[in-house]
Structures are given as C-alpha cells and as structure tokens.
Write a protein that binds this ligand. Structure first.
Ligand code: PRP
Length: 215
C-alpha cells in the first residue's frame, strides 16, 4: 500500500523556499533540488513524494486527490476557490492584491470601469461588493501595460515591492487582500491520511513560529 504523502509544490523560487522549510521540518528529499527536467521525486524513508507543478495548477492536483497536500498562493485560492482545506499560512511569498491606476487617474463612478487583470473572479467580487459596473479585460501577464497604453482604467494585480507600478507611473488606489503561501490539503486525504498530514502541518507550523521568533 502506498503510504507516502504526495505533495505538490509550485515550481519556482517560492516552491524551493517552501521545500527548504519542509526539509527542515523533517521531510527532506534532496533529489528535488537536482538540476534536470524530472517532475516527481520521492523519499520513502521520510514518507514523502514531491511534484513540481505550475503554481496555478497546484490546487487542481490537490482538489482531485492525486496530491494529498500542496502549496498555493492565497491569490490562486481566492481566484479558483478549490474545494480543499487550507491548513496553514506558511508566512512566505508575502505580497498583496491591489487596485492600481495611473497617478493622474480620476474615477468617474457613473462610467463602467475597465479593469485589466489575471484575476477576474477576485476583481468581480471586489467591485460587485461596491455595486460598481466593470468591464473585465482578462490578460495573462504584464498587466501594468494595460493602463499605461489606455487599454484599461485600472488593474487588479499582485504588488510585492511596488517596483513594477512605480517604474510604469502607476500607484495603488486600494488594497484588496494580503497574500502569502498556504498549505492546502485534499479533503478525503485529510480523513484517510490524517496522522501524517497533521504531523506535517504541526512540524511546519513549529518551523514557521521559530523563524518568526528569530526575525
Ligand atoms: C507579478 C505581478 C506584478 C509584479 C509585482 O508579476 O503581476 O506584475 O509581479 O511585483 P513588484 O511589486 O515587486 O514589482 P510576475 O513577475 O509574476 O509576472 P507577470 O507580469 O507575467 O504576471
């Protein structure tokens, strides 16, 4: 019987950071960091199998149960609202979802607002809560370009350092929500692999508290 915990990690810098936390928490699998094109790695002794997935796909693997657990940004969880448990705020990958516009932007509430974003559901909910009509322009990246070129009035996007906004003459006009990486878990795995999942979550939680105390 397969008793390994299957964990989907978001490919990239955030995933590598979270893997380091998992290794410190007692779930190492050194081959994860090898150069190469392999996507799955396991360490039977530590009881884990890791996958590198595209960050926005992690909740799909977890929701469908091929991964028991995974790491996803709160932005992705809010946008796709997967049917999973969110167990832990990992305290890394901190940034915020914000509305931004050109510095000289003047809002005319009687007009439909053109909103460029990669997050149409988050943007839709935010403006619905304000009773505002919007025209969502769905883009896949470099969202900041839209207001600069006049494609949109505002953007709803992730702001980390603020450098991209600054260097393109844009400014935050409202903050929607703080973001960070979360540990998510498949609902049935939480029942059937409860003990290893709780151990993983507790040890990771302890590591996070230690790091916060050191900071
Ligand atoms: C993200 C986000 C912003 C930028 C914010 O883009 O969409 O564009 O980072 O970071 P900053 O506040 O530190 O400048 P990403 O680099 O992921 O690429 P994308 O433009 O393709 O979405």
């Amino acid at each position: 019987m397969n008793t390994l915990l299957n964990i989907a990690l978001p490919k990239g810098r955030l995933g590598e950071r979270v893997y380091a936390m998992l290794a410190e928490a007692g779930f190492p699998c050194p081959s994860v960091l090898e150069d190469g094109r392999r996507l799955t790695f396991e360490n039977e002794e530590a009881g884990v199998r890791y996958f590198w997935a595209k960050p926005s796909d992690v909740p799909i693997y977890v929701e469908r149960g091929v991964a028991d657990a995974g790491v996803a940004g709160k932005d992705i969880l809010e946008e796709y609202t997967p049917d999973v448990y969110e167990l832990l705020d990992l305290g890394v990958g901190k940034c915020r979802m914000a509305v931004a516009a050109k510095r000289d932007f003047i809002d005319r509430p009687e007009r439909t607002l053109r909103v460029a974003t990669k997050f149409p559901n988050i943007a839709g909910r935010y403006y619905a809560g304000r009773g505002r009509n919007i025209d969502v322009i769905r883009l896949s990246g470099s969202i900041e370009l839209a207001p600069v070129l006049g494609l949109s009035d505002v953007i709803v996007d992730i702001v980390e350092t603020g450098a991209t906004l600054r260097e393109n003459g844009l400014t935050v006009i409202d903050e929607i929500l703080p973001l960070s990486a979360r540990l998510i878990v498949n609902k049935s795995a939480f029942r059937f692999k409860n003990e290893p999942i709780r151990t993983l979550s507790a040890r990771l939680g302890a590591r996070i508290r230690e790091r916060e105390e050191q900071a």
